[in-house]
Ligand binder design. Structure first.
Ligand SMILES: C[S@@+](CC[C@H](N)C(=O)[O-])C[C@H]1O[C@@H](n2cnc3c(N)ncnc32)[C@H](O)[C@@H]1O
Length: 233
C-alpha cells in the first residue's frame, strides 16, 4: 500500500507506460507499478547505493526483477534516450528536479509525461518546465500527515501564463477547485505575513524593498483565495 502522496502520483501513470523512477529510495513506487500491472518496463534509479540497495531488496522480495531494473547514478544520466516515455521524480526539491531535467534533455526528447512532486521551489520548477517547452497536464494537492504536497504532471507543449503568480499557485489547482486549495493558499499567506512582520521590525531600506515586493504577492494570494471562495459557494 502506498501512502497518499505516492498513491496520487501512481494514479497519474498510464497503463503500459515505460517508466523511470528517479531517486526511488525504498522502491515503493516501482514495486507498486509492477505489482499492479501498470507497467512492465520500469527503471528505478538512485544516486545513493544505500537507497538503491533498499529498493533492490524490496524488488527481490516481491519477485519483480524481470520488470524492474535498478541503476545507480545521478538523475537521468543513467537512462538512454528512447528507453522510457514517462519520468517520475518525487520527494526532492524543485531546484534539484529542474537540474535533473536540465541535464537530461536528450532523454526528455522521447518522454511524453513527467510526473513530479517537488518538496519546495515549485514556482521555479514550473518556470523551468514552461521555459523548456512543457505544459501542465494536471496538477493536484494531496495531504499526508500535516503536510500538503503539490503534484505536477507535465507534457511537451505550450503553456500560457497570464500572471506570474500562476507559477506559485499553479495553473490547474484553482480551475479544478481542488478541495485543499484554500488551506494551501492559507499556508502561503501565513508564511508571507510572518516574513513581512519580521522585516518591518528591521526598519531598513532593503527590508522595506522586500516588504513592498511581498505585499504585492500577498495581495495576489488574497485575490486568488477570494476567487476560490466565490467558486465554492
Ligand atoms: C526523499 S527521497 C524520495 C524517495 C521517493 N522518490 C519518494 O518520493 O518517496 C529522495 C531520494 O532521491 C535520491 N537522490 C537525490 N539526488 C538524486 C539525484 N541527483 N539522482 C538520483 N537520485 C537522487 C536520494 O538518494 C533519495 O533516495
Amino acid at each position: 500500500m502506498l501512502g497518499a502522496r505516492l498513491a496520487a502520483l501512481a494514479r497519474q501513470i498510464p497503463k503500459g507506460a515505460r517508466v523511470a523512477d528517479i531517486g526511488t529510495d525504498h522502491g515503493f513506487m516501482p514495486v507498486y507499478l509492477g505489482k499492479n500491472g501498470v507497467s512492465n518496463r520500469i527503471i528505478a534509479t538512485d544516486i545513493s547505493p544505500g537507497s538503491l540497495s533498499k529498493a533492490r531488496d524490496l524488488i527481490a522480495k516481491e519477485k519483480l526483477e524481470d520488470i524492474i531494473e535498478t541503476r545507480l547514478g545521478p538523475g537521468l544520466k543513467v537512462i538512454s534516450p528512447g528507453e522510457i516515455d514517462t519520468v517520475v521524480i518525487a520527494g526532492m526539491g524543485g531546484l534539484l528536479i529542474s537540474l535533473i531535467l536540465e541535464e537530461g534533455t536528450d532523454v526528455l526528447e522521447y518522454v511524453h509525461r513527467l510526473v513530479l512532486q517537488p518538496m519546495n521551489n515549485t514556482d521555479k520548477l514550473r518556470k523551468w518546465l514552461i521555459d523548456n517547452g512543457f505544459a501542465m497536464e494536471e496538477e493536484s494537492l494531496v495531504k499526508e500527515g500535516r503536510y500538503i504536497y503539490e503534484t505536477i504532471v507535465a507534457r511537451p507543449g505550450y503553456q500560457e501564463v497570464s500572471d506570474d503568480i500562476e507559477y506559485e499557485v499553479g495553473f490547474k489547482l484553482l480551475k479544478n477547485r481542488d478541495t485543499l486549495f484554500g488551506e494551501f493558499i492559507g499556508f502561503k499567506i501565513n508564511k508571507v505575513e510572518n516574513i513581512i512582520s519580521r522585516l518591518e521590525k528591521e526598519n531598513s531600506q532593503n527590508a522595506q524593498k522586500v516588504v513592498d515586493e511581498l505585499s504585492i504577492k500577498l495581495k495576489k494570494y488574497h485575490e486568488v483565495l477570494k476567487c476560490f471562495a466565490q467558486w465554492r459557494r
